[in-house]
Write a protein that binds this ligand. Sequence first.
Ligand code: FES
Length: 163
Amino acid sequence: MTTANLNPERATEAVEGRRTFISWITAGALVLSAGLMGIFNLIFLRPRVTYGPPSKFRVGKPDGYSSGAEVVFPAARVVVRRRGDEFAAISLVCTHLGCVVNPTDSGFDCPCHGSKYDSAGNVVAGPAPKRLSWYRIAQAPNGELEVDKRKEVDSGTYLEVKA
Ligand code: FES
């Protein structure tokens, strides 16, 4: 086919049709990319943080602990100890470089560099520079025990709970 055989009006309509089609495709692509960019910007602006467990948390009612019990709360890295009618909360975070210590029959052992603590959390063998932290433990209005990791107490501080 040669251009001499084309109707000039039809040729103009065909060209206009192609232009309109290409315009619509271009506009669609621009709107789509702007929308995707907006979505990704919103995703980017949203903070990507993981919040640790709360520093103040409840650990159940006193009667849930038998006398002499030591209950580990792994997420909080705390052990709650019952001695008679008294309760204490002791940190399981090694004071050397922050590994989680394991409770043992004689106290706590750190698996990372070998520090050892007695049952009160005092350093028995280094390299840990200081004792394990003891945290304030109180009784909530509903009777549950509540540990507050923001408040350290002296080693050997127990909460007495009356039955
Ligand atoms: S982190 Fe516990 S001994 Fe190093």
